[in-house]
Ligand binder design. Structure first.
Ligand code: UTP
Length: 296
């Protein structure tokens, strides 16, 4: 039994790296094949045993709440047209778990977005899953973090770690610490978006966390950091200083769909592994490679 029941999905950001598409469509709703990105993340949460999603949105992103809501006219249309398989898929989106929506009134950063969930989460440990990061794996990557969390006192945090190239450290929160075994690190220090020459390691935090409820008190005291935003990493660094943060490698391949190439890469991985698409996709890929192959 999970002792973590709630997952917070911050999805209130401006998505500037995906403009102009995100001028009117939230990046978390951009399609990864035929499902919005956020749908893969909710599916991962549900598979990991999460019972309740707290979705953080903002002005102009109401379509996110609509996606998880019932749509009686669409359902009636599909039913009368005999499109029952599609109807089932549409209904599944809103029936698999409870989704609560909260608005972040100003996009002051990821730490601030998580802080907006305090009243909805209450006094329990909870998960955070970034609304634009998908992890493809047979078993849910979040389930791995929850299992690690289960072996520790509930006052501890668990963060997902991925090794990145030195020149990429400036895109991530970076952890330093001591490996306890092959997959778990006792995190001693964390720094958000360090320049490559200042990065304490190449272990980057990616978009899955399990957090204790007192992180909300720490967040409330956290001043703006890198990029002038209230950073979750800065709040976690306080917990790390108290010996309360474990970093863990996780199973699966992680994709950042918040920028064009990341989305394209995710779509290619998704198509290459989906039985109804993989053969035709391989043919398209071969055609593109034959025409533009080396990129010269
Ligand atoms: P990002 O930094 O990738 O999102 O945050 P962004 O700010 O929308 O992207 P760019 O840099 O302008 O392209 C990771 C996740 O945190 C959410 C985002 O929606 C995204 O899912 N987020 C970020 C918030 O909910 N609120 C914020 O203030 C910032």
């Amino acid at each position: 039994m999970n002792r973590v029941r709630t997952a917070v999905l911050p999805a209130a950001g401006l998505g500037t790296r995906f403009l102009p598409a995100t001028k009117s469509v939230p990046k978390e709703l951009l399609p990864l094949l035929d499902r919005p990105v956020i749908d893969y993340i909710v599916a991962e949460a549900v598979e990991a045993g999460i019972e309740r999603i707290v979705l953080i949105t903002s002005r102009g992103k109401d379509a996110l709440a609509d996606f998880f809501d019932r749509s009686p006219s669409l359902e009636a249309h599909l039913r009368s047209a005999g499109k029952l398989a599609l109807l089932e898929r549409v209904l599944e989106v809103c029936s698999r778990t409870e989704v609560v929506t909260i608005r972040q009134q100003q996009t002051l950063g990821l730490g601030h977005a998580v802080g907006c969930a305090q009243a909805a989460v209450g006094g329990e440990p909870f998960a955070v899953m970034l609304g634009d990061e998908v992890i493809f794996n047979e078993s849910p990557a979040l389930g791995h973090l929850l299992a690690v969390h289960q072996t520790m006192p509930p006052s501890h945090a668990v963060v997902a770690l991925m090794e990145v190239a030195q020149e990429q450290t400036g895109r991530y929160g970076i952890c330093a610490g001591e490996w306890l075994d092959e997959t778990r690190m006792q995190v001693a220090a964390m720094v958000e978006k360090p320049r490559p020459e200042e990065a304490p390691s190449r272990q980057a935090i990616v978009g899955r966390y399990v957090l204790p409820p007192d992180i909300f008190d720490v967040l409330a005291q956290t001043p703006p950091g890198a990029g002038g935003e209230i950073q979750l990493t800065d709040a976690l660094a306080v917990l790390a200083g108290q010996g309360r943060v474990i970093g863990t490698r996780f199973p699966g391949i992680r994709h950042d769909t918040g920028h064009v190439l990341g989305m394209l890469r995710a779509a290619m991985f998704a198509a290459a592994t989906r039985p109804d698409l993989q053969n035709e996709f391989a043919a398209v890929l071969a055609e593109v490679t034959a025409l533009y192959g080396s990129g010269d």
